[in-house]
Design a protein around this ligand. Sequence first.
Ligand SMILES: Nc1ncnc2c1ncn2[C@@H]1O[C@H](COP(=O)(O)OP(=O)(O)OP(=O)(O)O)[C@@H](O)[C@H]1O
Ligand SMILES: [Mg+2]
Length: 385
Amino acid sequence: MAPRAVTDRVGDENAPARDDGAVAQSPRRSDPVVDTSEEHSAIQESPTVAAAAALGGATHTSGADRSSVDAPGDASDDVHPPTPEIAAPSPVSRETSLPAASSAPALEALARPAKTRIMTVSNQKGGVGKTTTTVNMAVALAMRGARVLVIDLDPQGNASTGLGIDHPNGTPSTYDVIVDNAELAVVGANVEIPGVPAGQLLCVPATSDLAGAEVELAGVVVGREFRLRKAIDAYVQSREGEDRVDYVFIDCPPSLGLLTVNALAAAGEVLIPIQCEYYALEGLGQLLETIELIRGYVNPAIVVSTMLLTMYDARTKLAGQVAQEVREHFGDTVMATIIPRSVKVSEAPSYRQSVMTYDPSSRGALSYLDAARELASRDPKPNTE
Ligand SMILES: Nc1ncnc2c1ncn2[C@@H]1O[C@H](COP(=O)(O)OP(=O)(O)OP(=O)(O)O)[C@@H](O)[C@H]1O
Ligand SMILES: [Mg+2]
């Protein structure tokens, strides 16, 4: 069945202007906590330049450039670390002066995975970037030719908002999937983004009704943890062949309740965003134990394939220390790409957009493009059949 059409456009050309010229006044370069000694080693030297060029001629270099961060609450997305090359604020360095995605040439397509990758984006710690990662990875992959389904499994419905999908109570949603066995194809909505063909990026929105789903399923004895898996399996099967879905992202709530268990039961991979802040690793043990239990009893195929460091603030020693500690613990599971703290990333949802469309040449958008490329290049379960 055809997906529901949604009239709200992602990438609204009428979104309020945001080039506020605040960059030049940033006082943060003299902030005593500024420390740039680790940032170059902490950020991957990846080919951001190519992505920037494809987006319309941005001249970012990866590594040093992307390691610059925004001051929290600063309206600028262009607060660079005090390197001689870029410390002097200049209007020429404004990322917002670059063309929007709609006028940019098509991005180079990524290789499609051999089979559908179902990824649960999970971390029971709140506010670590699960939704931001889900939304921006999904859009970045779709912009690069992938067919992507986003399932919003959080009653807050933030992923739905970020993708421009209305989700008042009563909207066909993940609640209907989990509680009433509705088909994903019926409740999925087209996410409309310039340059992304209709049907290539779908979102199953969440409404606040979903908060009651766990209670409603409490009395169900058999199979309540497999509700989502059943729906995803049926959907993926229905789209086998040329139209095959490449990625399914499930945005989890910040808890380890039945909704998250449904997501873990359905997925092949777990993507864990880790905020580069103190306490980053706290609670991670509990999440990994839960995943172990799921592997033992519910879904033997699940692997924690990916960890992504988010909200990296290169001006603080702490961010570098956290990144280093996470890498020491988890090695190659941690993506080389790091997502910097960026005001553009945090502003985008208030315009019902991903940063990929809100400000495609911002460092946040370029970092998520890099992350998408890296994700596509590290399929942990290549189809060897
Ligand atoms: N790279 C970033 N730079 C700046 N702000 C960011 C960045 N990533 C996320 N944020 C902001 O941090 C807040 C939390 O992010 P997000 O909603 O993605 O986290 P979450 O893990 O999904 O939260 P929850 O646990 O409530 O679902 C949001 O306001 C978001 O806009
Ligand atoms: Mg969220």
